[in-house]
Design a protein around this ligand. Sequence first.
Ligand code: ZN
Length: 346
Amino acid sequence: MFEKLENLKLKFEEELNDVNSNDELEKVRVEFLGKKGLVTEELKNLRNLSGEEKKNAGMKINQLKSYIEKAIVDYQKVLEEKEYQREIEKSERYDYSIPSIKEIGTLHPITIVQKQIEDKFKTMGFIIEDGLEIQTEYNNFEAVNIPENHPARDMQDTYYLENGQILKTHTSAAQNTIMKKYGAPKPGESLKVLFPGRCFRNENLDASHENTFFQLEGMMIGEDISISNLIYFMKVLLTEVFERDVKVRLRPGFFPFVEPGFELDINCEICGGSGCPTCKHSGWLELLPCGMIHPNVLSMGGIDPDKYTGFAFGLGLTRLAMMKYNIKDIRLFNSGNIKQLKQFIK
Ligand SMILES: [Zn+2]
């Protein structure tokens, strides 16, 4: 009896050693522990025994049963490890017969528009500056004439970092730093700077609102800068981007950092002005706020507002790219979907 059990144990161990899959393991389990399994049969045979003999045999058989159960559970883990190793080996194997990928990347639509404007403005003497994405509240708000409790802050809710800094809500956050860096221009000269950048706001996402978007801001400061300079550069900019005449309209607009301020709208190229979800059925898209830099802003930048004037414009670079490439949904830009983004680039 006990020799038989010992042989069953050896048989089990031998068979377990050859197991390579969960299916095979299950077969072994059924062979020994199934309804008609070898160990189960031994338990059934107990009824032919009696007394002390039955007790001892029962104990031994149950010990073997427990041993097999545990061995099967342990072996499952061994199989999992083997499977994992196989996966790793597979992923590290290269197939040199696969043809190479001929597709190469393209620039992002926003980058293309940005470069186009930068190149044009560089030829007109503009310096390109890179504004920080993480800013102090001072630079983002106070320094552009948006003091604490100003209603404009509600419209520019953003992401606050634990150290009290914020993700900038507009490229204007760089104005103060740039003014301090370059200072007032020499007599007869002007300070012309272009500063594109990624901006962030707490927005409800839809076809025309994203929490992450790009702006491109420009400013020109000098002794005789006027609205006519502003209009001239706006026309140059839009002609450059669209390579044709586009309809624009100027509306008086209030922005704390300019006085007077304007809102420059461009007619919606997607619907041709008849109205669509992108333009909220108005036929027009807000493209850029612009105006003459507020004296307070010049002052805070260390430039004498009695002597100097300047204009500033903050262009919605993301919106402009939508117009140029006829992209209907702003969310596509950050989607990381290269196939979809590439289709817009000729
Ligand atoms: Zn439209």
